[in-house]
Write a protein that binds this ligand. Structure first.
Ligand code: HEM
Length: 131
């Protein structure tokens, strides 16, 4: 694969597996000492749906996120939150733990897991907004 080539992840994994990945991430959020307090306790389901529909859109699926939320403007939308290196690393840790569950279930191939780590890790680094 050429370095800048994107994999059609929605096509490869399907909406169900992407939904399961995001659900696994949000299952871990409330109990996490760094991320737990950052997310809206009274609207965790809403937050889960926003990330789910964003990833489905971004990975080549239906653009429901754009229809409902407009341009993602991810840096601006993360500006209210302290996204430092520790928060970034924890976000990736919880996300990869969830992805790895899907690897064990053989819903995600190792090669696609590694691609997701790179892809999501790059966005997570781009979202760092505090020292
Ligand atoms: C780097 C660590 C990150 C932290 C600490 C973080 C934290 C947050 C928080 C607290 C929210 C608000 C929850 C809500 O009510 O929607 C949020 C929203 C969101 N995050 Fe992150 N996030 C991180 C990385 C990422 C990454 C890597 C992506 C994309 C791959 C992402 C995509 C989104 C999206 C799409 C929303 C909803 C935006 C909207 O439509 O309002 N985040 N994030």
């Amino acid at each position: 694969m050429a370095p800048n080539e994107e994999l059609p992840i929605y096509q490869l994994l399907g909406g169900e597996t992407l939904t399961a990945i995001v659900a696994g991430f949000y299952r871990r959020v409330p109990g996490d000492p760094i991320l737990g307090p950052m997310y809206p306790a009274n609207d965790l389901a809403g937050a889960e749906e926003r990330l789910r529909s964003f990833l489905i859109y971004r990975f080549g699926g239906p653009p429901t996120y754009i229809q409902e939320r407009g341009h993602p403007r991810l840096r601006i939308r993360h500006a209210p939150f302290v996204v430092n290196q520790a928060a970034r690393d924890r976000w990736m840790e919880l996300m990869l733990a969830s992805i790895d569950e899907q690897v064990v279930l053989q819903k995600v191939q190792k090669e696609h897991r590694d691609y997701l780590e790179q892809f999501l890790g790059d966005i997570a680094t781009f979202l760092i907004n505090r020292a």
